[in-house]
Each structure stands twice: as C-alpha cells, then as structure tokens.
Design a protein around this ligand. Structure first.
Ligand SMILES: Cc1cc2nc3c(=O)[nH]c(=O)nc-3n(C[C@H](O)[C@H](O)[C@H](O)COP(=O)(O)OP(=O)(O)OC[C@H]3O[C@@H](n4cnc5c(N)ncnc54)[C@H](O)[C@@H]3O)c2cc1C
Length: 477
C-alpha cells in the first residue's frame, strides 16, 4: 500500500536501534514526518542497558574503515555519501582501534539520540508495539532487531505463516583497564596498523605460553555453561559470533588461528620469546577506562568466566565491567517474504529493516535502515526510487536479502542465514585487472587486492551516479 504525496500521515518506525534510527533520519531528511516508536526504557531487551537510541549492545567496533580494500569500509563510505546519521555520529565519537572504526558507545548513542530528538519532523514515542501495528498506519518500518519483543514477533510469525528462526549469539566481557597488569600485557595493534583513528598501539595484548594455552582451552571446555531450555537446545549459532568455548571445541588450535592468533605482535616485556597465543582487548569507551575482550563472546556461567579469564596472563586481577552472555536472534526468511523494496509481500504496508531482514552487524543493519527510509519516503511522496546499483555495497547487501540467496525459489528447509557485507556478494568485474599501473603483470595476492580495489572503485562510481539520478531529484521535489 502506498500513501499519496498529499498524505500527512507519518511514517511509523518501530524500534530505534541502528536501523530504525537511521531510517527515521532518512525519512525526516526527505521532508516526511516520522513517528519513531521505541519500547525502552518501558520494556528492556535482554541485551540493551540504556534508554538511548542506537545503543551498541556488544562490541564498540564498526569494523574496518578501509573503503578501498574492505567491503564494510566501502559500506561506510557509501553511507557517508548518503548522509547517514549513524556514520556521522560514529565519526564524531571515534576511539583509537587500529585499522577499525570504533566508537565511544555512550557518546555515539547520545549523538544519535540528540539528532533525532532535535529533528522537527521526528516524534519519539516510548512504548512497546505489542502486536501488529494498527491498520491505520499505512507506511510502517519494522526495525525491532534480533531481540524483537515476543508479542510483535509472534504476530509477524503468524502473518508470514513461517517459524521465525531463532538462534543464538553471545556477547564478550568488558574489563576495567586499571585492573590489567601492564607489566605482563602491552599495547600494540597487530602489525602496528594505525588505521583511521589509531596510533598503531591501540590493543592491550596478553601473551600465553603453550602450557598456559593448553590449560586455558581445557578450562573452557570443562567450564559450566548456561543451560538451554528444551526448545532452545537445537538452536544453531551464527558462525560469525561463535562463543569462545564453541570455537575451542572445534579443535585445539582453532583459537590460535582465530581471536587468539599471535601473529603481527611482539611482546616488549619479553621480546625474544614469541607468544604461543595472544588475547587482545580493545578500547571500549572514549575515556579509555574500559576494554573489551576481542572475540571472547561466551555462554559460560558468570563464576567460571571470571575464574577462567583470570588465568590469562595480565588479567589475574581483572575486574569485569560486564560479563559475557547469551542472546536470541530473530530474522525473517526475507528472500521469500519480502519484495525488492523490503515490503512484506503478505502486507506491503509493513516494510522491514535491520537485522530482522537477515543482515548481520551494526553497519549492515543501519545501511538497510537507510535504504528502507529512502523507500518509505519515496512512497509517501509518490515517487519511484530505483534500486541502488547491485555493484554498490548497499545494493549487493540488499540483493542478498531480497533475492540473491540461491534458495529463494526452492522448497525445503530454509537455508537463508544472516550475512555481513563481503566481496562475495558483489557481481564479478567484467574485466578483472591483470596489470599494475606501470604495465607489469599482477602476481599472486596482488591480483586479489587489485580486484577488491576495482570492485570498490566501481561501487563508489555507480553509487554516485545513482545518487545524482535519484536523490537530487528527490531533494528538488
Ligand atoms: C547481544 C548482541 C550482541 C551483538 N553483538 C554485535 C557486535 O558485537 N557487533 C555487531 O556489529 N553486531 C552485533 N550484534 C548484532 C546487532 O544487534 C545488530 O547488528 C544491530 O544492533 C541490529 O540493529 P537493529 O536496528 O536491527 O536492531 P537493534 O539495534 O537491536 O534495535 C532494535 C530496537 O527495537 C526495539 N524494540 C524491540 N521490540 C520492540 C517493540 N515491540 N516495540 C518497540 N520497540 C521494540 C529495541 O528496544 C531496540 O532498541 C549483536 C546483537 C546482540 C543482540
């Protein structure tokens, strides 16, 4: 259902997380009124702690900011070109994090909250939408995220005639910096990379010998885990966010090749001895008083967590600002249920955005909020917005969600899984680069690097044309 250009009805956006906040901003910036419904603090989720909009529930990292070589860095760049509020607030609240864009979580959320509160076309209503939105709301964006409250999730499930797939992610502990023994640990970014806001020495590193590592893996495997309720027992994990003990169970060396890899790091306290494994902690707040344990999401019980993590050299006296934990995820079988503009086929007044659509991650969720906002505003203004180019990061991600997945038309068990943006989602280059600018042939890894850079350059160029063709018209209308 599409509202007319003369409609004075607002776009109703449910959920003011990463996606809903960005969507609200985009709709309002297009000159269309918004009512933004957020249930916190009236009703909290299992992971959110505050009443701030766009709260980051776990890591404070937006991952790589390298637009030429990394797909999420490219998505950052595209969102900035589209006037993203989430990127503006992230850039303004950056903390040092090597090659990554990490933020002061409170400063970031406060900036988003302020911008939305101050916007003359946005009204924020605090309260749970506990079921399908009223029929009178003819242009709705549902952006209630992985922890969508049960009554709304049930109503959507009933409408789609599917079992909304639930699975589990886990969050990592946060440590008070002044409780870390810096005579054992040291500051260094892997390969001394300084990145957008870093110094090359942004992570705290805790070294382990082989004996310590082996004992640590044994303790992880033996440690008491949070019990699953019966219906949760067969719920799968998303591979990008495996609990540390689940990784450890996959093989003795898995952690040494994953979050605990020792490469690119030299211990200044003992420079001649190469650590067998390294635990890294990344700055979590602007003040630099809190550090999160990178990749240490866990479903261990609180007691065993403290006991086991305090066996890590340098963390013997660690004080935890937050311990790790488990959470549920909820997302739609989007390729089947949503049209190319993210509208529910069964009820097109409902458009979906964020992690519920089957993307994964803060940045990806916000980017789908961004495009959902542009589509919703175009509907209200009775304009046609052509889809973003499939060669752009935004278009590639949207394509994956709304149709790119191979099982879209096939029967059988649903295989659609949440996805971070990655170069695998982009259409191949018509003519992959074979030579360097000086005419010599590219070899080995040089080819991969050149290919990524060519895909990125194509993405930004195509997106610029799309913006010029679509959004300048919108601005003038
Ligand atoms: C515990 C946990 C850890 C995570 N760790 C990471 C990480 O480290 N890095 C990363 O990139 N991503 C992480 N994710 C994924 C992350 O949630 C998403 O990437 C991102 O926050 C999703 O954005 P969203 O806008 O879709 O949902 P959210 O940001 O969760 O926003 C949804 C909002 O909707 C509100 N809401 C829910 N139901 C209702 C209702 N019925 N009525 C009104 N309001 C409602 C919620 O209160 C919330 O504010 C994690 C997710 C969880 C749950």
């Amino acid at each position: 259902m599409t509202a007319t250009a003369s409609s004075s009805n607002p776009v109703h956006i449910i959920g003011a997380g990463l996606a809903g906040s960005e969507a609200a901003w985009q709709v309002a910036e297009a000159g269309v009124p918004v009512t933004l419904h957020e249930m916190r603090p009236v009703r909290m989720t299992e992971a959110h702690r505050t009443d701030s909009l766009a709260e980051l529930v776990c890591s404070n990292s937006f991952r790589s900011d390298d637009a030429a070589n990394n797909a999420v860095g490219l998505l950052h760049a595209e969102m900035r070109r589209l006037g993203s509020l989430i990127m503006r607030a992230a850039d303004a609240n950056q903390v040092p994090a090597g090659g990554a864009l990490a933020v002061d979580r409170d400063g970031f959320s406060a900036a988003v909250t302020r911008a939305l509160q101050d916007h003359p076309l946005i009204e924020i209503e605090r309260g749970e939408i506990a079921g399908l939105p009223p029929a009178a709301w003819d242009n709705v964006i549902v952006a209630t995220g992985p922890l969508t409250s049960a009554p709304l999730a049930d109503a959507i499930r009933a409408l789609t005639d599917e079992n909304a797939l639930a699975f589990f992610d886990a969050i990592a502990p946060i440590v008070h910096k002044d409780s870390i023994d810096m005579s054992v640990a040291w500051f260094q970014s892997r390969y001394d990379k300084s990145g957008p806001g870093g110094t090359g020495a942004d992570y705290i590193n805790c070294p382990m010998t082989k004996e310590q590592y082996d004992a640590f893996v044994d303790a992880l495997l033996a440690g008491e885990k949070t019990d699953f309720r019966e219906w949760e027992a067969n719920t799968p994990y998303f591979d990008g966010c495996l609990p540390i003990e689940v990784m450890a169970a996959r093989g003795r060396e898995t952690l040494r090749y994953g979050p605990m890899k020792p490469v690119g790091l030299t211990n200044p306290n003992d420079p001649t001895v190469k650590p067998y494994a390294v635990v890294q902690l990344r700055q979590d707040n602007k003040l630099g008083t809190l550090y999160n344990m990178v990749g240490f999401q866990t479903k261990l019980k609180y007691g065993p967590q403290q006991q086991i993590f305090r066996t890590i050299p340098g963390l013997e006296s660690a004080e935890f600002a937050r311990l790790g934990g488990l959470h549920r995820n909820t997302f739609l079988n989007s390729p089947k249920l949503l049209d190319s503009q993210l509208r529910l086929r069964a009820q097109p007044r409902l458009r979906f955005a964020g992690q519920m659509t089957g993307c994964e991650g803060y940045v990806e969720s916000a980017s789908i909020g961004l495009i959902a906002g542009l589509y919703a505003a175009a509907d209200i203004r009775a304009q046609v917005l052509s889809p973003p180019p499939p060669t752009s990061a935004l278009g590639a991600l949207l394509g994956h969600i709304t149709g790119g997945h191979i099982e879209t038309i096939e029967p059988g068990a649903r295989s659609f899984q949440p996805m971070n943006i990655n170069f695998g989602l982009f259409p191949p280059l018509a003519t992959p680069p074979t030579k360097k600018p000086d005419g010599t042939r590219l070899r080995g890894n040089e080819k991969t690097v050149a290919k990524k850079q060519a895909i990125s350059a194509r993405a930004l160029s195509d997106l610029d044309h799309w913006i010029a063709d679509n959004l300048r018209v919108r601005a003038a209308a």
